[in-house]
Design a protein around this ligand. Structure first.
Ligand code: SF4
Length: 206
């Protein structure tokens, strides 16, 4: 089963166009300054078969693609991750972006990771480093690289690498929880968290 902490049908701040975003549960890398630590620590997640998750993606009419985040997508059951992506790509033209704390070279050396990698259009690799946070678009820190693995967005490589405007989306759920999507800086998270705690609001950053 694939373990998902959160999914968002329509998101405009984690890749081009409107995208369905899936935040997978858990990452053992524990990088200092990780902005997704709520995804790593949360013991509440939903489990999906590859087919169930692909059906959810396909029900989100009008999206340009999907973005995988976490947590660490490549620490999910790899055969199921590959099957999920294969099902998504099978009869759609949805693009696939994937954030990972691994370096591209590490993934390429792991035979078990290759089947999932083959379905990804753009891999955004490397862990978040607070000291290298330059507020670039779609990247948490400057060490993270876009790897254009297919032709899908390759002609936008220069633009993607140069873009520095960063946006986030905030939603308040009916049970009073604030959900934040995007790649907010650690500084921003710390300040906002302190303010929200003062006001007794539960926030979830991803
Ligand atoms: S690899 Fe990414 S999600 Fe995992 S601990 Fe590091 S920054 Fe956080």
């Amino acid at each position: 089963m694939l373990h998902v902490v959160r999914k968002k049908a329509f998101c405009k701040v984690l890749g081009p166009g409107t995208r369905s975003v899936i935040w997978f549960h858990g990452c053992t890398r524990r990088c200092p300054g990780c902005i997704a630590d709520t995804m790593n620590a949360a013991d509440e997640y939903e489990s999906f078969t590859p087919a169930q998750l692909a059906d959810w993606v396909k029900s989100n009419t009008g999206v340009e693609g999907i973005t995988l985040s976490g947590g660490e997508p490549f620490q999910q059951p790899l055969d199921e991750l590959a099957e999920f992506l294969s099902l998504v790509k099978q009869d759609t033209d949805l693009s696939v972006l994937c954030y990972t704390g691994y370096r591209y070279e590490e993934i390429n050396e792991q035979k078990s990771m290759i089947p999932a990698l083959q379905h990804i259009d753009v891999l955004i690799d490397g862990e978040y480093r607070q000291e290298e946070d330059l507020k670039q678009r779609w990247r948490g820190s400057a060490n993270q690289r876009f790897h254009f693995l297919t032709e899908r967005y390759r002609n936008q490589e220069t633009e993607w690498n140069a873009a520095v405007e960063r946006q986030i989306e905030m939603e308040l759920t009916m049970n009073g929880k604030l959900l934040i999507s995007g790649v907010p800086s650690k500084d921003f998270i710390n300040k906002l968290t302190a303010e929200l705690q003062r006001r007794d609001v539960n926030a979830d950053f991803s």
